[in-house]
Design a protein around this ligand. Structure first.
Ligand SMILES: Cc1cc2nc3c(=O)[nH]c(=O)nc-3n(C[C@H](O)[C@H](O)[C@H](O)COP(=O)(O)OP(=O)(O)OC[C@H]3O[C@@H](n4cnc5c(N)ncnc54)[C@H](O)[C@@H]3O)c2cc1C
Length: 831
């Protein structure tokens, strides 16, 4: 066991790298294991951490200064020989290290044998080269090689869902059947199909309907995890951050239309925190190494306020800005699933696995998983899908699949819910996020611009597993309070400004192989049951690709599948090809779309935006020529509903939540767009009137419960005690009676219309009905004086904002007051 001081230790590591034959390094693995392996004694943990981090940095440094760079063939050799690592795999932690040993060994084979330091330097170079597979530029190279070797059976048009279901039913046997169409499952399907395995993917709801559409939308290594790694000298956590930072670079490269680097500001309110946070954030850049998106920097107080004017000025000392990636999570998930389909995987949403199929292995006599019984959720029909390997990628539902395999198996998932809220875009600058590193209860809250809105979150509360998590009022208020702490008192953060809220379930897992069942794994776990069910659970969005690679490596090795090496590094996702930052200009010029709509199409569909634009209908106006919006304030157009059907959207919820993100951005706007969406889908999919009504109701229910509409509406009903002072009550009663001319005690659409028309405001009757309906708490078709005062009280408390009735009535009153009494000569009458 290791009992040397750190410097000696580091030197010995160096010697090891520089030893005359790196082949002997391979055989000396036990010594290496003593140094850094998983069976190490706890007392050497800190030392191990220091040594390993120092060695890694040294490697990065030597690579940076080395010239010339390793050749492509040398890099290829490393990549090809990567498969050797499997022979070393024993368990999770060791695997990382084995992988390292393997890479060093491969490095030795890839360069002419020399002695001492020269060879060590070459080894380091190659080691670095292996890592550079994740670096954007190199990833592009890998992508060129990978794509040239791959067949794309559906380059033009994707098969319909019916054709996909037929393929699932009729294929005699797949190599791999992936269960779960979230980021992890879609990633596994893409990995499998590009290894030339016959692949199927089934998802019981829509792709990304689970946690993968409900994330913070960050592509990150996690500054908080790095802080923990350093504070607790936890090398495993450090490696997790490092791996995620590599994956961050890859994801930004392969889906440039759906992702972008985002600067995030960390405001500092105490002088001593400035060097502390600065060092932490610089460390984050350093760990990212050449994958660092952009260098972090320190800002003075005045510069911080210039960039983030809404920030609380009081006691602000300065700020630190660092970079992470941000994406449209549901669209990214879909892009991965669609890419898998393009490469020939049979992918079907609304297809649920109801039980696993098993057969007796002739050699061992043991039962083996050989497929699954699936149910088409839309028609209810059941059928069998046969496969050599079944992968369980069901996120928080991982245990339900594991129990289908083995009834008595212990649970590994410890679900935890995280809520986010969406508030108007004016709360944050267009291109600067904010990180609150220590909330009142020790959590981290992000406050980020996203799709022209601001999203804030998240919370972390133990929960039970459900497919329909609901955001709670307490969580919404907690986030609002934290946001208020950071914003200037002039910026009134009102409850009524919450336009949408959602909850997602983190699939935190314990390692089924771990003896310590209490320990929650911060990373992912890949395991294979006795009957051959491969489970991938936990992890993060950012690392979906490397998780998929590891899962397929396990499956290929464990089940003896014949497969090619992983090819997903640098492999462009659906829409990534053909995208350029100026693509939207061509959309405007070629199709006559509004600039905002064109920008939205380019950043959502990438190179496929032209296909959407082609489907857009002529508006009949001078400008824009094509592209009718679904709702006026969002750039979503009607053609996207038709295109969504080509992207396997089956319900109105799929369109408002995941093909467009309207439901996540503004529940009221989504609610308004629903009738038109249902109409378009109904026509295209031949829905009966009954089916259309059903769809409308289901989507409204979804917005009400899962997207925070309910919480929003309850703000009005909960303000039972009216907190208006006497003057206010008199003022609002006067305003009310301007509309209730006959002093009936209530107003109807007719009353409001009459007053509005007298001041030349014309609103269509249906719209007026909707406006009154928002305030009509007892739903009797009229707004009573109590309801009106309740509304004004809620507006005063900030629980309700943008009430159309309140704004209309105020405007009408002011206009009428300005006019004053109509004089006899102007009235055109009298004597
Ligand atoms: C609040 C929150 C914020 C987060 N923020 C980030 C972030 O900013 N960055 C980051 O990297 N990570 C983030 N994460 C983590 C990340 O979102 C998850 O790790 C990831 O989305 C999990 O994906 P998944 O595919 O494993 O699970 P899911 O997306 O839940 O997918 C599992 C799928 O399996 C399907 N399924 C279940 N049972 C069956 C069955 N019997 N048959 C067929 N299908 C089935 C489900 O319908 C579901 O769609 C966040 C997580 C949460 C909760």
């Amino acid at each position: 066991m290791l009992q040397r001081p750190a410097t000696n230790c580091f030197l010995s590591l160096w010697e090891e790298f520089g030893s005359a034959s790196l082949k002997s390094h391979w055989t000396s693995r036990p010594r290496r294991c003593d140094l850094i392996g998983s069976q190490e004694r706890h007392s050497t943990r800190e030392l191990r951490f220091l040594v390993c981090v120092a060695a890694e940095w040294w490697i990065e440094l030597s690579w940076c200064s080395a010239s010339p760079r390793p050749s492509l063939s040398a890099r290829k050799e490393v990549i090809l020989a990567h498969g050797v690592q499997e022979s070393l795999e024993t368990d999770g932690i060791r695997r990382r290290w084995s992988r390292r040993s393997c890479v060093w060994t491969v490095a030795a084979e890839g360069v002419p044998q020399g002695t001492g330091r020269t060879e060590a330097a070459s080894g380091m170079l190659l080691r670095a080269a292996e890592r550079q597979r994740w670096m954007p530029g190199w990833a592009r190279l890998a992508h060129v090689t990978a794509e040239a070797e791959l067949k794309v059976p559906y380059a033009d048009e994707l098969p319909s869902r019916q054709a996909q279901l037929a393929a699932l039913r009729d294929t005699e046997e797949f190599d791999v059947l992936v269960v779960g169409g979230g980021a992890t499952g879609a990633g596994c399907a893409l990995d499998a199909v590009t290894r030339n395995l016959k692949t199927a993917l089934v998802e019981r709801s829509d792709f990304s309907s689970g946690t993968s559409s409900r994330s913070t939308k960050l592509i990150h290594g996690g500054v908080r995890y790095l802080q923990k790694a350093i504070m607790q000298l936890d090398h495993e956590q450090y490696l997790m951050v490092k791996e995620a930072l590599h994956e961050r670079a890859n994801l930004l490269e392969i889906a440039p239309h759906l992702s972008a680097p985002l600067p995030i500001m960390l405001p500092v309110y105490k002088w001593w925190q400035l060097p502390y946070y600065w060092a932490g954030i610089k460390m984050y850049d350093l760990v990212a190494g050449i994958h660092c998106l952009k260098s972090s920097y320190v800002l003075s107080k005045s510069k911080a306020l210039e960039l983030f004017p809404m920030l609380k000025k009081d006691k602000l000392v300065g700020a630190i800005v660092y970079y992470d990636g941000q994406h449209n999570d549901a669209r990214m998930n879909l892009a991965i699933a669609l890419s898998a389909a393009r490469y020939g995987a049979a992918v079907a949403n609304y297809t649920e696995v109801v039980r696993l199929l098993k057969t007796k292995d002739q050699q061992s006599g043991k039962e083996k998983v050989c497929g699954a019984r699936c149910r088409d959720v839309i028609t209810g029909q059941e059928f069998d899908v046969k496969a050599k390997c079944v992968i369980n990628a069901t996120g928080p539902f991982t245990d339900s699949l594991r129990k289908m395999d083995e009834q008595k198996v212990a649970n590994i998932c410890q679900p935890s819910a995280g809520v986010h809220i969406v508030i108007p875009g004016y709360y944050s600058p267009d291109n600067m996020g904010l990180l609150d590193p220590a909330t009142s209860d020790g959590r981290v809250i992000f406050f980020l611009p996203w799709e022209n809105m601001t999203i804030a979150g998240t919370t972390d509360t133990p929960t039970s597993v459900t497919a329909h998590p609901i955001p709670g009022e307490d969580d919404i208020n907690f986030i609002l309070t934290e946001v208020r702490n950071y914003l200037s008192p002039d910026v009134e953060v009102r409850r009524g400004d919450v336009l949408a809220a959602w909850s997602g379930i983190r699939p935190l897992v314990t390692d089924p192989n771990s003896k310590d069942t209490q320990s929650i794994c911060r990373n992912h776990v890949v395991s294979m049951s006795d009957s051959g069910l491969v489970t991938i659970a936990g992890g993060k969005w950012t690392t979906y690709r490397s998780m998929a690679e590891e899962t397929l490596d396990t499956a290929v090795k464990g089940l003896g599948l014949t497969a090619e090496p992983c090819r997903t590094v640098g492999l462009m996702l659906e829409g990534g090809k053909g995208w350029t930052p100026t693509l939207y200009i061509r959309l405007v010029q070629d199709y006559g779309l509004e600039k905002e709509v064109a920008q939205h199409l380019a950043s959502t569909y990438g190179g496929k935006a032209f296909d959407v634009a082609k489907m857009a209908q002529v508006t009949g106006q001078r400008w824009p020529i094509v592209g009718k919006r679904l709702v006026s304030e969002f750039p979503y157009i009607e053609a996207e509903v038709l295109y969504a059907i080509k992207e396997y959207a089956c319900t109105a919820i799929d369109v408002i939540a995941r093909r467009t993100r309207l439901g996540f951005l503004n529940v009221q706007a989504a609610d308004e767009a629903l009738p038109r969406i249902v109409q378009i889908m109904g026509k295209e999919l031949n829905w009966s009137q009954e089916k259309k009504t059903e769809e409308l109701e289901a989507a409204k229910k979804f917005l009400y419960h899962e997207m925070g509409y309910r919480s929003r509406s309850e703000q009005l009903t909960k303000t039972s005690e009216i907190n208006l002072d006497y003057q206010e009550v008199v003022r609002y009663k006067k305003r009310f009676h301007r509309f209730d001319k006959e002093t009936k005690g209530f107003i109807t659409t007719v009353d409001v219309q009459r007053v509005l028309e007298s001041i030349n405001i014309h609103i269509d009757e249906n719209a007026l009905h909707e406006i009154l309906n928002e305030v009509d708490l007892n739903k009797n078709g009229q707004v009573e004086i109590d309801e009106f005062l309740q509304l004004m009280s809620a507006v005063k408390k900030g629980q309700v904002s943008d009430s159309r009735l309140a704004i209309l009535m105020k405007t009408a009153e002011e206009t009428l007051d300005m006019r004053g009494p109509v004089t006899v000569d102007r009235s055109g009458g009298g004597v």
